[in-house]
Design a protein around this ligand. Structure first.
Ligand code: COA
Length: 614
């Protein structure tokens, strides 16, 4: 244990201290100044506890406010939540319908709109990406009878990156929205303070000079004309609809929705034709080149890797594997890539939505084994841009049952493949390993990261290092070994029981992670590279590796990793094959995106009758 901790400190003590001093209190990468405002009771009314809502919740709590969450189920439930909680303010980070008048006429309700001031309508980001605007933004406005037309409490603009709607939402929108909500809350508090203290300065929200209603973007406006649209247009259309609703199209003469588009520089074919496949993706020709389609949703089915969704049809499509793990030159589809410089090996894995199927885990393990043999002393695992990992691939598991197989068997295979991957990392004896987490990570993904010697987080990321939300899943990935070593047994129990997201800073503070670095994904990756190279050049690097190996040896002697795995998998066997179907039911609802019919009690603190959540 001591050796292990020494490694963590040797590796990044200076980094942690320096970063922490520079960062101050910045949950989700947004500066928070506790004590600026008197604490308030803030009800978060939302369609789901998605990452944006989690960030806003974390930031408000860091500022000292009391928050509680209610899902937007129906008007009566919303009214009940307001009656129970008696909030000072209602904040709606992510809603799909209007707040009832009975609520907004009695309480100030602040709506987060992912658009610039004056923009109105339900497809804000879809239009911004489609129309290729240079800048976009977020507005926090007050709910009124007309949708998105109320007075503005805060707004912010950002440069619109060429990326999918989901990616812009998870990065630029989330950061801007969190800052705007904090500012709006501060302004709201100032106006309340003014009422009791007329000497202070009130802040009055202003209506935008003009507004423009942009209607819901429908499929005809998204449609791809394969005989006319150039690759850039195809990419833009799919990105404007990704993760939802996708672009309605046909593949192999079957209706489906397209997602997860990647550029291709060199391949050519008849426009619209599927020309090759590579692992999970299909390459389709356009008038001036080709694009890769990573995921599709067939009519009546769920979103799946393209080559799985059309497995039978793909039998006739030629395969075009990449020759090696090394980063491809130019643009093409590549989910696992390796590069090496100055004694540092870097393994990238860009899996859509951070979900890792059995086969993806096996391929990543193969790449990891290869990378671990390279002549480097430091190995960095970067994960993907938006997600590092979200654990086993629930959609692919569900697909097993759709196709007449067993979801339980596929779950078992997938968790074993995740465990094999984690084990490879835990047992690396030749390098110091670093999980460099630039995007959010959840469930088993967190413990795959924790299998590395060091976990460095981008300050804006959120972790959900727990499993129970998925039908009381026990979880594996050696978490019973790695978590208590970092946070103690009681800390581990609390993390698993409370099922709360951890901001990067909180993760470092609890000991779950080792360091927290600011900036965009690119800035974070550059800083990680620099720090990793410094580590590789350190004169005592071999001594550090020897220390970690000694610590691992001692831990193995005390209790073998195989024993941890066997215990965890005994619980997982019951989750997958036992009498209680909760995991299968929860997974089914998750992948089919069933609308919730109640708010989980660990979020709806106003409904807590035990007093545990106070
Ligand atoms: N398998 C398949 N798809 C997954 C996934 C997984 N393990 N985790 C996330 N996704 C998908 C979601 O369905 C969603 O799909 P969409 O593109 O069709 O909308 C997308 O990834 C983004 O997820 P979302 O929930 O919107 O992201 P978030 O950042 O708000 O929340 C999590 C992140 C991790 C809290 C949440 O996605 C989650 O609970 N995932 C399940 C984790 C899990 O239980 N894994 C299995 C146990 S190891």
């Amino acid at each position: 244990m001591g050796g292990w901790m020494n490694i963590a400190l040797l590796g990044c003590d200076a980094l942690t201290v320096e970063s922490a001093a520079r960062l101050g209190n910045t949950p989700c990468g947004v500066s928070v100044h506790p004590g600026d405002n008197p604490p308030m009771r803030i009800l978060l009314l939302t369609h789901a506890y998605n990452s944006l809502t989690q960030c806003i919740d974390a930031a408000l709590r860091a500022q000292g406010h009391d928050t509680s969450v209610e899902f937007d189920i129906n008007d009566a439930v919303t009214e009940e939540a307001v009656t129970l909680y008696q909030p000072d303010l209602v904040v709606a980070p992510y809603l799909r319908r209007a707040i009832p008048k009975s609520v907004w006429s009695q309480h100030i309700c602040l709506i987060v709109h992912p658009g610039i001031e004056g923009d109105r309508g339900p497809s804000a980001l879809d239009w911004a990406i489609t129309l290729q605007v240079a800048q976009w933004g977020v507005t926090v406005l007050q709910a009124e009878a007309d949708m998105d037309a109320g007075p503005v409490w805060a707004s912010e603009r950002f440069d619109l990156r060429q990326a999918s709607k989901g990616s812009v939402y998870r990065h630029e929108v989330t950061q801007a929205a969190t800052r705007c909500v904090l500012l709006a809350v501060q302004r709201f508090a100032a106006s309340r303070t003014t009422a009791s203290n007329p000497a202070s300065v009130a802040w009055t929200p202003q209506r935008p000079a003009s507004t423009q209603w942009q209607p819901l973007m429908k499929q005809p406006e998204r449609a791809i004309d394969w005989q006319r649209d150039e690759s850039a247009t195809v990419l833009r259309k799919i990105r404007a609809a990704d993760g939802f609703p996708g672009v309605a199209d046909h593949l192999f003469d079957q209706p489906c929705h397209l997602f997860d588009a990647w550029p291709e520089d060199t391949l050519r074919g008849a426009p619209g034709a599927v020309i090759v496949q590579r692992e999970t993706a299909l390459c389709r020709a356009t008038v001036d080149g080709a694009v890769w389609i990573g995921h599709v949703k067939r009519a009546g089915s769920i979103k799946l890797p393209a080559t799985l969704a059309f497995a039978r049809e793909c039998e006739d499509v030629p395969e075009l594997p990449l020759p090696d793990w090394w980063r491809a030159q130019g643009h093409t589809w590549q989910d696992i890539a390796y590069d090496e410089a100055d004694g540092v090996a870097t393994l990238h894995f860009e899996f859509y939505n951070g979900a890792m199927s059995t086969h993806q885990c096996e391929r990543l393990r193969e790449a990891l084994i290869w990378a671990q043999q390279r002549p480097t002393t430091v190995l960095v695992l970067t994960g993907g841009h938006d997600f590092w990992s979200n654990g086993i691939h629930l959609n692919v598991i569900e697909a097993a049952s759709i196709q007449g197989g067993s979801a339980a068997d596929e779950s078992w295979r997938n968790i074993n493949a995740m465990n094999d991957l984690a084990l490879e990392l835990l047992c690396n004896q030749r390098q110091l390993t670093i999980a460099a987490v630039a995007g959010n990570t959840g469930a088993g993904g967190c413990f795959l990261a924790r299998a590395a010697d060091l976990v460095w987080l981008r300050e804006a990321v959120l972790l959900n290092p727990h499993y129970k939300n998925m039908g009381n899943l026990y979880g594996s990935e050696y978490w019973t070994y790695s978590l208590p070593r970092r946070v103690g047994h009681e800390g581990a129990r609390a993390i698993m029981r409370n099922r709360q997201p951890l901001s990067a800073q909180a993760a470092v503070a609890t000991g779950f992670a080792d360091a927290c670095l600011p900036g965009t994904v690119a800035a974070f990756q550059a800083a990680v590279k620099q720090q990793a190279q410094n580590m590789a050049l350190a004169p005592d690097i071999q001594a550090q590796i020897a220390t970690k190996n000694k610590a691992r040896e001692q831990a193995e002697a005390a209790k073998p990793l195989a024993a941890y795995r066997a215990e965890e998998m005994e619980h997982m066997r019951r989750n997958f094959y036992g009498f209680d179907p909760s995991y299968h039911v929860a997974r089914h609802h998750f992948v089919y995106k069933t609308l919730p019919s109640w708010t989980p009690r660990h979020l709806a603190r106003h409904r807590d009758t035990t007093g545990h959540l106070a």
